[in-house]
Design a protein around this ligand. Structure first.
Ligand SMILES: C[S@@+](CC[C@H](N)C(=O)[O-])C[C@H]1O[C@@H](n2cnc3c(N)ncnc32)[C@H](O)[C@@H]1O
Length: 222
């Protein structure tokens, strides 16, 4: 599909097509089981809206939300997602969409995950906003951990999380998702270069302890 991108937003990468593809499958499965109009998908850290736009194009009948913290990036997302009927929320993925807690079928995310101090090899990264790249901490796992916590809050039991990560983070991701019994069926997939680059997991029925009470801070009109 055609997407509008430019200064101030992360340039979508080919690897993320596989992440989007797995999320599309999971969302389409949910529509088959539960019926169109009753299924909800969320793209956290949407950037240009690339993943959410793919979900909208491939899974008609799902209600879709996208969350982005950077107002400049969100302007590109609004251009790409408004015409596709995706609700865009400007805010922090940590606290977003509390009205949907426990009601979401699929959460997908390509969050910032580059470890601190690592200079990304890809030429595109020289033009990407810093907020889009670095996950936080020497292992880059701080933001992926936030995404896992938000997914645990949003997903219904049986709902699916699909998250992109660095090829050094497979074990840390599996530990993170297996922790506290909130997810099961943790499975890492390779990218187009056969490197472990995204992980999926299924939400169990176990309640989140010490649930965050933050709210979503602003819906952007399409
Ligand atoms: C790696 S880019 C991915 C963009 C898009 N999902 C894609 O795959 O092309 C990560 C995005 O997360 C956004 N972001 C960073 N921290 C965030 C936060 N706390 N809440 C929401 N979005 C955040 C960045 O601004 C950036 O647009």
């Amino acid at each position: 599909m055609d997407l509008q991108v430019g200064p101030g937003v992360f340039l979508p990468r080919p690897e993320t097509e596989l992440v989007a593809g797995r999320a599309i499958e999971a969302l389409a499965d949910a529509v088959r089981v539960r019926g169109a109009g009753t299924v909800t998908g969320v793209d956290l850290c949407t950037g240009s809206g690339a993943i959410a736009a793919a979900l909208a194009a491939e899974v008609p009948g799902a209600q879709l939300h996208a969350v982005e913290a950077d107002p400049e990036a969100a302007r590109w997302a609004a251009a790409n997602l408004g015409p596709r009927g995706v609700d865009l929320h400007l805010g922090d993925a940590a606290t977003a969409l509390s009205a949907l807690d426990g009601r979401v079928d699929v959460v997908v995310s390509n969050p910032p995950y580059v470890p601190d101090g690592r200079i990304p090899e890809q030429a595109e990264a020289r033009r990407d906003p810093e907020l889009a790249l670095y996950g936080g901490g020497a292992d880059g796992m701080r933001m992926p951990a936030v995404i896992a916590a938000t997914a645990a809050r949003l997903l219904r039991p049986g709902g699916v999380l699909v998250m992109e990560h660095d090829d050094t983070q497979e074990a840390a991701m599996a530990r993170l998702l297996a922790r506290d019994g909130l997810f099961t069926a943790v499975l890492t997939h390779d990218d187009l270069n056969d490197r472990p680059r995204f992980t999926e997991a299924v939400r169990t029925a176990r309640p989140v302890q010490g649930r965050a009470t933050g709210d979503d801070d602003g819906t952007m009109a399409p």
